[in-house]
Ligand binder design. Structure first.
Ligand code: INI
Length: 159
């Protein structure tokens, strides 16, 4: 019996792309900071000169899947992290944006075979989003960990 699981260390061969939405950048900027802090503490080079990490900014969460698709299909990255914040209070088309980004990210992952971490907060209020982006905890950190786990798991799996 084989047992496969990801690791959180020894990620020297891992190349990661992060797609971040500018919309609600008060929130997404904090998610990015938490994510970079996590990756850096687990051995990923997060310096501006890094060959291991690239960051792409998009206008809003709706645009995340298209850019994630391009990056995942490039063959350059073993894992893509998406960061966004869709807040119900801000928009009557909350449901449209959430449906598109969530289905889009899942489709990119399946079609390319590259794990794409879904780091898009969907909340009713800005307060709730901020609580998940650093006021209480910073989910950006979790998304970083999940990227390391999935990147190393996929490398360990056969096929
Ligand atoms: N984009 C978000 O990332 N979060 C939101 O809460 C949001 N609201 O509220 O509208 C949002 N809209 C922009 C959307 O993602 C696109 O960028 C825009 O529609 C252009 O295609």
């Amino acid at each position: 019996m084989a047992s496969f699981e990801g690791t959180f260390t020894g990620a020297s061969g891992l190349r990661i792309a992060i797609v971040v939405a500018r919309f609600n950048d008060l929130v997404t900027g904090k998610l990015l900071s938490g994510c970079l802090d996590c990756l850096s503490r687990h051995g990923i080079d997060t310096a501006a000169t890094s060959a291991q990490l690239d960051i792409a900014w998009v206008p809003g969460s709706f645009e995340i899947p298209l850019v994630a698709q391009r990056l995942a299909a490039s063959g350059r990255y073993q894992v893509v992290i998406t960061l966004g914040a869709v807040i119900r209070g801000d928009t009557p088309h909350f449901d449209v944006v959430v449906a598109e980004v969530s289905k889009g990210v899942a489709a990119v992952s399946r079609s390319t075979g590259v794990p794409v971490i879904f780091g898009v907060l969907t909340t009713d209020t800005l307060q709730q989003a901020l609580e998940r982006a650093g006021i209480k905890s910073n989910l950006g950190w979790n998304y970083g960990l999940q990227a390391l786990e999935m990147g190393s798991l996929m490398a360990a799996l056969p096929g």
